[in-house]
Design a protein around this ligand. Structure first.
Ligand SMILES: Nc1ncnc2c1ncn2[C@@H]1O[C@H](COP(=O)(O)OP(=O)(O)OP(=O)(O)O)[C@@H](O)[C@H]1O
Length: 260
């Protein structure tokens, strides 16, 4: 079985300080993984490792069978959408650059794809505006459009809905679901537990290490492991309910790592 994303015995330290350890994860094609966990839990660090922006301290990562950063079929939405105030790039250039292949100039076809994606995410009218003049939500939508416009097989998204209004969030979740139904694979970090649980096919709780759940229903014990003791309500299969099930005995899942 080949996986779109494979992580084996990963650990990572910033300047000697270990922030991720014993991380194992295997994602099949079509999977939409919601990455949840508290502030500082390691979600952004894991996404940066998947992108090749950081290198593992130990262990291995493969994305589409290659080292992180090697595949061109990977789209990314960063958590930080801020841009330098005086950086004079237009929104449409940001999106078109996401479509450009390395080693060649931007072409008309890149701009056509960029505009189509910008229209799809409701920022077509921002095409000629400088990034620094856009609102936080508009900037986020431009970066989402960029990720989709690059025709990815795999999308990594770090808090992509943080600046979006409810209608735009719903639209993005619909697009992500469609992307996965058509054979794409997504890892999305989010604090929006209800929404991600409703759209995800699997959930990983991360707080230093990773606890994988092959379905979007997360038991209370795992949420406690990830978040501490805060009460959490989740939506699974579109039906709101309070998560009550507890299993003391966390077990090895078939293709993820669950440790106690
Ligand atoms: N560049 C860095 N240098 C040193 N430590 C860092 C750096 N970036 C993050 N960390 C630390 O790594 C840990 C994990 O941070 P990370 O940003 O991955 O968490 P997160 O789950 O994405 O948090 P949030 O929900 O707040 O975005 C934190 O303890 C953080 O302080």
């Amino acid at each position: 079985m080949s996986y779109d994303v494979e992580i084996k015995d990963l650990c990572f330290a910033y300047e000697g300080e270990m922030v991720l350890r014993d991380v194992n994860l295997s994602l099949r094609r079509g999977e939409l993984l919601a990455l949840i966990g508290p502030n500082g839990g390691g979600k952004s660090t894991l996404i940066k490792l998947l992108l090749g922006l950081l290198r593992p301290t130990c262990g291995e990562i493969r994305v589409l069978g290659r080292l992180p950063g090697e595949s061109l079929e990977v789209g990314y939405v960063p958590q930080d959408t801020s841009v330098r105030r005086f950086f004079p790039i237009r929104a449409v250039d940001v999106v078109a650059l996401g479509c450009k292949l390395p080693g060649r100039r931007l072409r008309g076809e890149d701009y056509a794809r960029a505009l189509e994606a910008m229209e799809r995410f409701g920022v077509g009218e921002c095409r000629d505006m400088k990034m620094s003049r856009l609102s936080g939500g508009q900037r986020q939508k431009v970066l989402i459009a960029r990720a989709f416009a690059s025709s990815p097989r795999v999308l990594f998204m770090d808090e992509p809905t943080a600046n979006l209004d409810p209608a735009s969030q719903k639209h993005l979740y619909g697009e992500l679901k469609r992307f996965c139904d058509e054979g794409g694979t997504v890892v999305v970090a989010s604090h929006d537990l209800m929404a991600v649980s409703a759209m995800a096919t699997s959930v990983a709780c991360i707080r230093g290490t990773l606890h994988y759940h092959p379905s979007p229903e997360v038991d209370k014990a795992s949420v406690s492991l990830a978040y501490g003791e805060c009460p959490v309500e989740l939506v699974a299969h579109g039906i709101p309910h309070r998560v009550l099930s507890v299993h003391d005995d966390l077990k090895e899942e078939d293709h993820g790592s669950v440790s106690s």
